[in-house]
Write a protein that binds this ligand. Structure first.
Ligand SMILES: [Zn+2]
Ligand SMILES: [Zn+2]
Length: 259
């Protein structure tokens, strides 16, 4: 499988997974121009894109959805709860309801070469989701961002995944001593907020085995720093597990073969 991250963090999130002539996108917190240029630069024809999946409807994950829908007509999947409870946001972001496809948690969605398993996350956006994706070639991906706590079913899903994208949003000390007012600090570290470096790294360590790839994503601009997270990851995660701390907004790609 070939995958590409076009951006991660509060400036915008967008992940692409590509195998054969089939691609799916998770989140569209980038402009259509950035998305189409990204697809082109990673050699992924837009005709290969069969579906988009949304984790939730915060603008850093969904601000580009409406334009993407109008330009491509490609279906966009989100949870039935997210669709039901976020009517005002859907209208405000000019998302096309006719191209939204709601799913029910617990049901897998098969799109071309991919089987997608959504799981619930804990965030201040109702119906928010993480995903485990398995491709036809049996490569499995785990993606969990924007969650205040690690969901009960996440460990079992992540353990069996070759490539993991895990939110590592804030450093506890930087959040405590940083520029945010108390209510915002409480929101970020609360059960409907984000994961800390400690939570992310401990989780990654507990679910990874030799040969896995782990990407630490959605790093806060104000309350985290790759220069703090990188040495922490190095100290904590055994060698033989590939780790990458993803800078805010950076673009990169990876390839994964079957074991
Ligand atoms: Zn976010
Ligand atoms: Zn969010």
């Amino acid at each position: 499988m070939h995958y590409a991250v076009l951006s991660t963090g509060s400036c915008g999130n967008c992940y692409i997974f590509h195998e054969g002539n089939s691609a799916i996108i998770i989140d569209c917190g980038v402009t259509f121009t950035k998305l189409s240029r990204g697809l082109e630069s990673h050699g992924i024809p837009i005709e290969d894109v069969k579906a988009m999946f949304l984790t939730h409807l915060h603008p850093d994950h969904s601000k580009g959805v409406g334009v993407f829908q109008r330009k491509t007509g490609i279906p966009v999947f989100l949870s039935d709860i997210a669709l039901e409870r976020n009517g005002i946001i859907i209208d405000k972001q000019r998302i096309e309801r006719s191209l939204l496809v709601p799913y029910v948690f617990g049901n897998d969605i098969v799109v071309d070469a991919f089987s997608v398993h959504p799981f619930r996350t804990s965030h201040d956006s109702e119906g928010s989701a993480g995903y485990r994706i398995v491709s036809k070639d049996n490569i499995s991906i785990f993606l969990m961002t924007d969650t205040g706590v690690i969901p009960d079913d996440a460990a079992a899903l992540a353990e069996n995944s070759d490539v993991k994208f895990i939110e590592s949003n804030y450093d506890e000390d930087m959040l405590e001593n940083g520029p945010y007012p108390a209510h915002l600090r409480k929101r970020i570290s609360g059960i409907y907020g984000h994961l800390s470096n400690t939570e992310a790294v401990e989780f990654a360590k507990s679910v990874s085995r030799q040969g896995d790839s782990v990407y630490f994503v959605h790093i806060s601009a104000n309350c985290n720093s790759p220069s703090i997270l990188r040495p922490f990851v190095m100290r904590s995660i055994p060698s033989g597990i590939f780790c990458r701390v993803c800078e805010r907004g950076e673009t990169f790609e990876g390839f994964r073969d079957a074991r």
